[in-house]
Structures are given as C-alpha cells and as structure tokens.
Design a protein around this ligand. Structure first.
Ligand code: NOJ
Length: 784
C-alpha cells in the first residue's frame, strides 16, 4: 500500500499559531469601544467583552448591520444582485451595516475589509468571512458524495481539517458545509454535495465533517466554523429539479431528513443554513415550526441560523410575503438570524422595530448569536487571526491526502472475469474519451480557490504508473461540451451532434490490448442548479462507448461524474466499470493506483445507481408496500414497472474488491432481549481471495411490524476491516436501544418491542440474516 497521511501528521502540518491577543488588535478594540478589554495576553482566551453590554450600546441600524451578510465582488455563487462598486461595500462596512461577508477571499481582500470594520466603524466589531469550502480550498479532495463512498469517517474528518487549514490561511472563518441533505434522486444536481441516500451513514459523515472543520477548539486559527445545510428537506425537490417545491411526510422528515442535522448539532456545529425550498407550503427561511420548533427546541440547536443566498427575499417570489418588509419580518420571526445577500434585514429591520411591528428583543437575540460566534472564533481577541500570515499548509501532505482520499472513493461497480487490475505485461493501452485528459473536470463543482486545470488527468496518471512498461496512447473520441465558455455560473452546452473523432478512437481501440474509456459529466453538469432530466451519459458519448467496445471488448469504462449515472447498456458492454467521480487534485494518480492494483478498491456506493431515470427516486430503504414484488411474474397486480425492473443497476452499499470477502457465523448476544438493553451482533468476514483488501461490513435491521410502516432495511452500523489473504476477522456491532426505534411525526423516539430482523453483509443486496425478539420492559414474555 502507498504511504498515507495520519491524522496526527496532518494536525502537525503547521505549528499552532500563537493564540495570544495581538497588542494592536486589543488597542483597536479598546479604541473603538469603551468596554473593558483584558490587556493581559495570557488571560484573553475567554470573552474579552460582554456581549450583552455590547448589544446594549448598538443602535438599531448597527444591529440590523450585524444580521446582514453581504456578498463580496470577488466571487459569484448566486444571482448577482444590484452591485455597487467595491467602495460602496466598504462604505457599508464603515457605517456598521455589515456583520458578515461571503465570497471575500484572499489575504488582501479579507484584511482590507476587516481593517475597515475594526478601525473605521463606530463599534469596531470584526466581520465574519464565510465561503463554500466544500471539498477543499486550493487542494481539492473528492466531491462529498464520492468521498462518502469511502465510508472512512476518519478520512472525511481529515480532509475537512485539511481544507480548514488552507482556507483559514486566506482569511476564511466559516465554511458553508457540510451539506447534510439526504437525497434519493440523482436528477438533483446537488446529490454531489451530500453523503448520499442513507440517514445513518449521513449522520456519521456529518459528525466527521463537523469535527474536521471545527476541530477541538473553534478559536484555533486553523479551524473554521461549520454550517449544516440546507434546513430542511432541500434534497427532496420534486422531480429532482433544484429549488423546486418539497412536499414531504412528517415521518420522512423526522426519520430521513432530520438524523444528519440532529447528529451535526450534537457534534457541535455552530451554524445552520436554511433551504431555498418550501416544505409543505412554508418557505424554509420563515418556517417557524421547523426553525424555532424542530431545530431549536427539539434538536437543541443554540447556534446561528443563516438564510441561503437571497432566501429571505425569496419569500415574496414564493408568494408567502407581499413585500420585502414583510419578508424580513417573517424570516426573523420564523427564526432566521442572518440574511445572506437578501437586503431584507439591512433595509427593513430598523423600520420594523421603530414602528413596533417587530420587538427589538427579537433582533437582539439574533445579534447576540452573531456576536457569540465571532467571540467563539476568537475574533474579539484578534480580528486578523485568520487573515493569513500563518505557516502554510504542507503541500506534500495535502497532495498525499488528496490521493489517498481519491483512491478510497473509487467504486469498482463491475469486473467481468477479473478484467481489473490491469494485468502485468499488458503491451498497449489506449486511454480514450472526452474526460481522459481533462485537467479541470476532476476538480468538481464548488472548487473554491483551486486553480483551473490543476488536476492530474487519467492519461497522466496512467502514463506515470505504466508508461515505462506499456505503450500508452490517447484519443479524445468526442467532445463532451461545445466550444463555448464554461464555468460555475454558466449553463453547459453539450455536444449533441459532432461525432468527429469516434472512428479514429475505435481504430485506436482495435489496435490496443486494453482500453480505458473515460466518459461521464463535466464538473459543471452536477452541483447547484445542475439538475438533469436524463441521467445517462450526456451528448454523443453513448455512440463513443458503442464504437469503442465493439472495436475492443477489453474496455474498462471509467465513469467520471458528480452523480450516479443510469448507464445499464454501457455497463453490459464494458469488461469492467469504475465509478471515479470527480476526485479532486490527484484524480489521475488515484485512479491509476486502483487500475494497477497498487490500491485494492474498497469504496461502497452511498447512493443507489438507477437503471433508468424513471426509477428516481430510488433508495434501498424503501417500504414494502401492500403489493410488493412477487415471484410469479405472470401476473401484474404488484408494485412494478411495465418496462423496467424495480431493482437499481447497482445497490446502496455495493462495491467490489480485487479480492473476495466471505461472510459467515452471524450471531446475536441474545435471541431475546429486553427493551432498553443493548444487543450485540457479530459476524465473521474472511478474505478468501489472493490480495489484501479493506471491506466495509454493513449491519441492517428491519422492524417487520410497527405502529408506522418501516423500511425493508435500515443501515444501523458498519465496520471496516483490513484483511490479508486467508485472514478473517469478527466484526461486532453493539446496537443501542434507539437503533431499534424510529421517530413519530413530532419527533418522539418510539421503540416498539417485538420481532426484529438482523442482516450483515457486504452490500444492501447481499446479506446474512437472522432475527431476534425484543420483550417489553417489565414483562417476562410477549403477552401481545
Ligand atoms: C447558495 C447555495 O444553496 C448554498 O449552499 C451556498 O452556501 C450559498 N449559495 C453561498 O454560496
């Protein structure tokens, strides 16, 4: 195995910054405010000022300013509002009208804006700088869905921590991540940003990412504040179309959407972003029952709630508020503390309070939360502590981590006759496809400050790994996109007509021993506002696949995409298929590691891969229905399609290895146990193949009869084991009482005694099974 970065090593990439108060900052603060500021640098770790006192000194306009997040001019991640020149933004900061900014990046820009806030505004309150640091800052790691397939929680913690190190070095305090939206619909472009379809895996990943970003101590200048988003149910947009209406049952909301938010809140996430969508008729940014009820009361969230980009303003477009003033009132009353680039709070709050419509105390609560976050980040100690000038991230360690994360995220979907790994002694390899030598696509969407065209391509990776032993040749085959400007804010223009290059590629394929065919999606074909009604290979790529596989059946397809793609025919035609996603900076090397067997693939799908778009939404933890599938397919009265199977192309949890793992000996600590007790489940996993490998053993439960119908399977545990050939291990899962339960419509946990089925295996479709019985507490036998 290749060497890899340990968490300890990553943590030691940089010496810890001095955490003492800079004399200059202290003076600025005292100069701007007559408040008591501790001057002794040894004692300023805790609050240097009283927030209550500070709030007491603020004018209403300054309070509204603290609740206003303004977009910088330096980056665009949403519709461009009416923007004044830079000096107008500076003027607003100077006048105390801005509490936070997004998309202001780089040491110079953040220092300049911060200096104006701290030195030139009346109260000298530092700004917060937020940014979408989603899967890396300069060094890109795999897109979040890809990385979720590693099921390696420590890896995800480490990549988040590494992103925080790079981002904080350039002035960022706050990332708008992790996105914890569960989604079951690959049409939705933002599936790429989440952790897939499962609430249990999603919860574990939410915790890992929050811990990675925030570290042990938020005031550490190498950690960033995390933001759980988008509250709530954004991933359930109708028809998978981004920003669309959400109509979701309260049971699904409680049991599928909420768990990762609950876990992220429990892990200490300090902020939550509202969603663009409405949920059952109420836009999320003004949904009092959800924000003040579910989030604050039920989940116990005490941090800052931020709107999404312009979503306070959107209440008017939703048809929920009649004007911006009403939108501001409804958002604040609903529970949204800060308005991101919506100009609702900035322009209307003062008036609303002065006219007695909104009580000032309500504004004060939100202002308090903003100031509290600034204080927890240490900005009152040193407003410039994140504005660069620290030791830089260790480039070598970042590169190694990106490569490690990349290869652990690659899913081997199919491998006929062990077509992979590439056999030793193969003479000629053709690397074909529009994405084969693309340096940009692998960086993925939300690539923050990664330099364009900075990823290692598949061709480069294969050349580096095998170029000395085999003849490597390349053909583009076809273009994926037309030759038009492309980028984060532009619609993609797909080549639907130009077949030039396919014939030449097929000829090259015919004369090569092996073909690596890299097809899929450009980085901007998934992500925000990138929903697709067809989730097959875009453009003329299907023709390329047909021609190349016909010319040489020894073709391995590498699916480079943000989302799962419905490509059953292509999978039939290929000897092997790797889902290589958008893997980040080291993509080509990570892919070569897997192709050559230097790394034995270990990833498992975090999202089902549909056979066709008509199956969406598709997910393993579905209900049984009253008319589930029947074995006798001569009759029609059951839930199915006339023209498609119910089954996905590849199920949740699926992922092959170059070795084989055999499961046996599924055992329970007790076949009968009492409500409130834990149950221990064990199984043996043996590596019966010829290579060392890592396997993720998965535990699922089914509650066959309950007061609300339950899914046919629910993931309730997983464990990774690394096994040498012939080696076996016993995996153990300790199921807490809550693992058997579910939430009712209002969020109460119900644990209902009775029969439970227990499953362990290497994918949601290949499982050993047994069952057990939970007796009610206080009863010796099941009287019911
Ligand atoms: C809109 C997106 O929905 C959100 O996820 C992102 O954080 C903001 N824009 C800021 O870029």
């Amino acid at each position: 195995m290749m060497h890899h970065t340990t968490p300890r090593r990553l943590a030691s990439l940089l010496p810890a910054h001095a955490r003492s108060l800079s004399a200059a900052a202290a003076l600025l603060w005292t100069a701007a405010t007559p408040l008591a500021v501790a001057q002794d640098t040894a004692t300023v770790d805790t609050a240097p000022v009283s927030i209550d006192e500070l709030v007491g000194r603020m004018t209403m306009a300054e309070k509204a300013g603290q609740l206003n997040m303004l977009a910088g001019l330096w980056d665009v991640t949403g519709p461009v509002q009416e923007r004044g020149p830079e000096r107008e933004k500076y003027e607003a900061i100077r006048n105390g009208k801005v509490g936070a900014m997004l998309n202001v990046t780089g040491v110079d820009a953040t220092r300049t804006a911060q200096r104006i806030a701290v030195e030139e505004s009346r109260l000298g309150i530092p700004l917060l700088f937020g940014y979408d640091v989603v899967h890396g800052y300069e060094t890109m790691f795999p897109t979040p869905l890809a990385e979720a397939c590693s099921w390696d929680l420590d890896l995800m913690r480490r990549t988040a921590a590494a992103a925080a190190i790079e981002a904080t070095d350039e002035g960022i305090h706050w990332t708008f991540a992790p996105m914890v939206d569960v989604s079951r619909d690959a049409r939705w472009g933002r599936v790429v940003e989440g952790a897939g379809e499962d609430p249990y895996l999603g919860s574990k990943i939410a915790v890992a990412r929050v811990r990675g970003f925030q570290g042990e101590d938020l005031a550490d200048p190498q950690t960033v504040a995390a933001c759980l988003k988008h509250f709530a149910a954004y991933g359930f947009a109708e028809a998978g179309r981004d920003y669309n209406t959400v109509d979701i049952s309260r049971m699904t909301l409680q049991n599928v959407v909420m768990p990762p938010f609950r876990a992220g809140v429990d892990a200490g996430a300090v902020s939550v972003m509202t969603a663009f969508n409405e949920v059952n008729g109420i836009p999320a940014t003004a949904d009092r029952a959800m924000l003040r009820g579910v989030l604050r009361k039920d989940l116990g969230f005490g941090g800052l709630v931020l709107s999404d980009y312009g979503s306070c303003q959107h209440l008017v477009l939703h048809g929920y508020a009649s004007n911006l003033k009403e939108a501001a009132r409804m958002s604040l009353e609903g529970g949204c503390d800060m308005d991101m680039e919506g100009n609702a709070y900035a322009s209307k709050l003062e008036e609303l309070v002065k006219s007695g419509v909104v009580p000032e105390s309500l504004v004060d609560q939100s202002v308090y939360r903003v100031l509290d976050l600034k204080q927890r980040l240490g900005l009152f100690d040193d407003p410039y502590r994140y504005c660069g000038g620290g030791a830089r991230a260790d480039a070598e360690a970042m590169t190694a981590l990106s490569r490690e994360a990349g290869r652990k995220s690659i899913v081997l979907l199919h491998n006929r006759d062990n077509a992979l790994p590439i056999a030793e002694g193969v003479g000629s390899i053709a690397v074909i496809g529009p994405l084969a030598d693309d340096r940009d696509a692998p960086l993925g969407t939300w690539r923050a400050k990664a330099a364009a065209d900075s990823a290692v391509t598949v061709l480069e990776g294969v050349q580096a790994a095998l170029g000395k032993h085999a003849k490597i040749s390349h053909a583009e085959g076809c273009r994926l996109l037309n030759d038009t400007p492309r980028g984060f804010a532009l619609k993609s223009s797909v080549n639907e007509t130009d077949l030039t290059g396919i014939e030449e590629a097929a000829e090259l394929a015919a004369e090569s021993d092996l073909v690596l065919l890299v097809v899929g999606e450009d980085c901007y074909q998934s992500g925000e506002a990138r929903s697709r009604a067809r989730i097959d290979l875009p453009g003329v790529q299907p023709q390329l696949v047909k021609a190349v596989t016909a010319a040489n059946p020894n073709t391995v397809i590498l699916l480079m995409s943000g989302r799962p793609l419905a490509v059953p025919e292509e999978c039939e035609l290929a000897a092997a298929v790797l889902q290589v996603w958008h893997l980040g900076s080291q993509s080509g090397h990570a892919i070569a590691d897997v192709l050559t067997g230097a790394y034995n693939p270990s990833a498992k799908l975090a999202a089902s891969v549909p056979r066709s778009v008509g199956q969406a939404p598709i997910y393993y933890n579905h209900k049984n229905t009253g008319r589930p599938g029947v074995e006798d397919d001569t009759q029609v009265w059951y839930s199915h399609y006339e023209d498609e199977s119910n089954e996905p192309l590849f199920p949740f949890g699926h992922g092959l290895s170059y070795t084989t793992f055999k499961y046996s000996n599924l055992k329970l600590s007790d076949e009968t146990f009492t409500e409130g007790e834990t149950l221990t489940v064990t199984a043996d996993v043996k590596n019966i193949g010829e290579r060392a490998g890592v396997e993720t053993a998965q535990l699922y439960l089914r509650d066959p009869v309950a007061s609300r119908t339950r899914p046919v399977l629910q993931l309730r545990g997983f464990e990774q084991v690394s096994l040498e050939p012939g080696e076996s291990a016993t995996v153990e899962f300790v199921l807490q009482p809550a693992a058997f339960g579910f939430r009712d419509e209002t969020g109460n946990l119900l644990v209902e005694p009775g029969e439970f089925r227990v499953f362990v295996g290497g994918s949601s479709e290949s499982l050993l099974r047994t069952s057990c019985r939970m007796e009610p507490a206080g009863h010796s036998s099941a009287a019911d």
